[in-house]
Structures are given as structure tokens and as C-alpha cells.
Write a protein that binds this ligand. Structure first.
Ligand SMILES: [Cu+2]
Length: 121
């Protein structure tokens, strides 16, 4: 009898766990969304490894910045997005055009050379 009660308790605990995990997965999916494109930009003194990024209008993009040297950040004009080092920003490219992205962290003498273009077609 005791053994039977224990196993019922165990199964109940397991299913409660499974429910909790499933709902947090659903929340994660809702907050991060499914990205059409994942772009990682690597920055060093004083350039980005990608100077031109092309997206299709409506694409959801996950932008990640990794600094390999120095301290840089990215600001994307027109979309008003800021990405810090080791940070990922997700957004939908819902405006077409050419948008400048620049280093937004004063990093040294080559700071103003750190520019690129995001092209949304
Ligand atoms: Cu800079």
C-alpha cells in the first residue's frame, strides 16, 4: 500500500515537472521567436568583419556582436537598435532601405571608421 502511494506521488511529481518545462519552453519561443537569419558580427580595432548585411523585408533577424579585440558596440540607424558585446538583439526587418550601422562605443582613434550598411530589400 505504501509502495503504491509512493509511486503515484512520484508520477505526479514527474508530470508537474514536465508541465513546467513545457510552459517555459513555450515562453522562450514566444520571447525569442524563430529567426529567419542569425547574424554574428565580430568587431576588432577598428573594423567590423561584415560591412554589408543584406536582409529580405519581413525577415526576423538575430543580431549578435562579439568583440575579438577592443570594446565596441553597434547602433543601427533607422531601426534604432543597439547591440552590446556578447549581446543578441532580435528584430524584424520591416523597413526597406539602406541603414548605416556604426560603432556606438568610443573605442579609440579608429572609432569613426567602424561603419557598415544594413540593406533591407
Ligand atoms: Cu568605437
Amino acid at each position: 500500500m505504501k509502495k503504491w502511494m509512493l509511486s503515484v506521488g512520484f508520477v505526479f511529481t514527474l508530470s508537474a515537472f514536465a508541465t513546467a518545462c513545457a510552459s517555459s519552453d513555450a515562453q522562450n519561443a514566444a520571447s525569442t521567436g524563430a529567426a529567419d537569419q542569425a547574424i554574428t558580427i565580430s568587431a576588432k580595432n577598428f573594423e567590423f568583419d561584415q560591412k554589408e548585411i543584406r536582409l529580405k523585408k519581413g525577415d526576423t533577424v538575430r543580431f549578435t556582436l562579439k568583440n575579438s579585440q577592443g570594446r565596441h558596440a553597434i547602433h543601427i540607424d533607422g531601426y534604432d537598435k543597439d547591440i552590446k558585446d556578447n549581446d543578441t538583439v532580435t528584430f524584424t526587418a520591416n523597413r526597406t532601405g539602406r541603414f548605416k550601422f556604426v560603432c556606438s562605443n568610443m573605442c579609440g582613434k579608429g572609432h569613426s571608421d567602424m561603419v557598415g550598411t544594413l540593406i533591407v530589400e
